[in-house]
Design a protein around this ligand. Structure first.
Ligand code: AMP
Ligand code: MG
Length: 421
């Protein structure tokens, strides 16, 4: 027991290095084909290569008339209209000295080289009212104007989406634009989640004296779903060694990762570490970050087999578990899915706040953009104040001992890039 309670103090970078080394070694081997339609948030296991040019042919970006620029030497030139081309219709080659009526997206006929928007043209019906009439062109066109070129978006043979990319809505659209109806993606990580703590009750239950509502179960499950996981929720596990071991054994059977909150400190009621140690192996770390600090990483054996489920134990304080998930668990989940960009995006922003009492540990301060484009801090940065996590747009990544003065430039991790990204 004494041995378990000696935790190693590490920087977050060192922790990430160790976590990612293990996760990259255990990228989920299974891939599956899914409809592009249903691929949001999945990670591509195979890149998407285009078998066509997009757009497939030159087409008009305006409603108007298409012609040869050389046929309109001066504003006011009148040309007979030789054909009408709605989007989706392939016309005849353009007869020299004529114009074709066409609409946005319509293919530009061979021989034509300029579109004039309809606002700069006047349609002149012919006397009989039967034919297409003619058009007076009131602006001198330059060759190529208002024409979207074949292949200007995607060229035949180009890899439009690379393996390891997480599919955003725009990426799904791009895959569809090159005709890909199915995509090869990595299987979703299967994650079992449980909360420890005899003080916890569920919303809907009455709050007896000494109890608090279990918020981590909601936050962490939401984060896991947003990260593209299949979640098995095992609820609340009592603060007892046998119950914790039993929950771990059950969770290991069908899951790639077991995630818990609470019970990783050094109190007598903290059973996570001895339980994981008994059921597999662990490394208990004190991470030099605030909020956060205790983090348990390890694995739990699956029955008698050689295989094991990874284990990550987060601290119980709601903001600590939220931040530790974003900075340590999310990169592991991305790496398990073969994501090439496991690390969060950071931007440099102006501090519209003073921070004169920095911690010795690297801090992640809940911050939000103001209308002037700077960031402000939530007034209470305590690790129990979940309001700060809802209020924030991001986390100011403040180095150990760093005083911040109004107007300084600070590093901000955007929550939008951390969650689900
Ligand atoms: P622990 O890490 O178990 O020592 O818990 C640290 C603090 O977080 C305590 O104040 C707990 O009551 C609180 N806590 C632990 N688990 C949860 C949870 N699931 N939801 C809300 N608060 C929690
Ligand atoms: Mg506890």
């Amino acid at each position: 027991m004494a041995e378990l309670q000696r935790s190693v103090l590490l920087s977050l970078d060192e922790v990430l290095f160790r976590l990612l080394a293990v996760a990259r070694d255990r990228v989920l081997p299974e891939t599956e084909k899914v409809d592009t339609f249903d691929a949001l948030g999945r990670v591509l296991a195979r890149g998407v290569v285009s078998a066509l040019d997009v757009p497939p042919a030159d087409n008009s970006s305006m409603d108007g008339y298409v012609m040869r620029a050389a046929d309109v030497p001066a504003a006011g030139t009148v040309l007979p209209v030789s054909q009408r081309l709605p989007a989706g219709v392939v016309g005849q080659p353009l007869q020299p000295g004529t114009a074709a009526r066409l609409f946005t997206g319509a293919q530009v006929p061979a021989g034509a080289d300029a579109v004039v928007m309809q606002e700069q043209c006047v349609a002149l019906p012919d006397a009989s009212g039967q034919g297409l009439g003619s058009v007076r062109v009131d602006a001198v066109p330059s060759a190529g104007q208002w024409i979207r070129r074949r292949g200007e978006d995607v060229q035949h043979g180009a890899e439009v989406l690379a393996a390891g990319m997480r599919l955003t809505p725009a990426a799904m659209g791009l895959a569809a634009s090159v005709g890909a109806s199915r995509l090869t993606v990595r299987r979703r990580p299967r994650v079992a989640l449980f909360s420890t703590g005899d003080e916890l009750v569920m919303p809907g239950e009455s709050l007896k004296p000494g109890a608090i509502y279990n918020s981590n179960r909601f936050t962490l499950r939401g984060l896991l779903l947003a990260a593209g996981c299949e979640v098995t929720d095992l609820g609340i596990v009592p603060d007892r060694l046998d119950a914790t071991r039993e929950a771990l054994r059950r969770a290991a059977v069908d899951n790639d990762l077991i995630l818990t909150s609470g019970g990783v400190s050094v109190g007598e009621e903290d059973h996570i570490k001895p339980a994981v140690k008994a059921e597999g192996w662990l490394e208990a770390w004190q991470v030099a970050m605030k909020p956060g600090k205790p983090l348990v990483f390890g694995a739990v054996r699956r029955g008698d087999s050689d295989s094991e489920a990874l284990f990550m134990g987060l601290p119980g304080n709601p903001v600590s578990s939220f931040v530790t998930f974003l900075l340590a668990v999310a990169p592991v989940l991305r790496a398990l899915q073969g994501c090439t960009d496991a690390m969060p995006q950071a931007v440099q922003v102006r501090a519209d706040f003073d921070w004169s009492t920095p911690d010795k540990r690297r801090e992640f301060l809940r911050a939000r953009f103001n209308a002037q484009g700077g960031v402000e801090l939530f007034p209470n940065q305590s690790s129990g104040v979940l309001t700060s996590a809802v209020w924030a747009d991001g986390l100011v990544d403040n180095p150990s001992g760093q005083v911040v003065r109004r107007g300084d430039t600070v590093r901000l991790l955007l929550l939008s890039s951390l969650i689900g990204a």
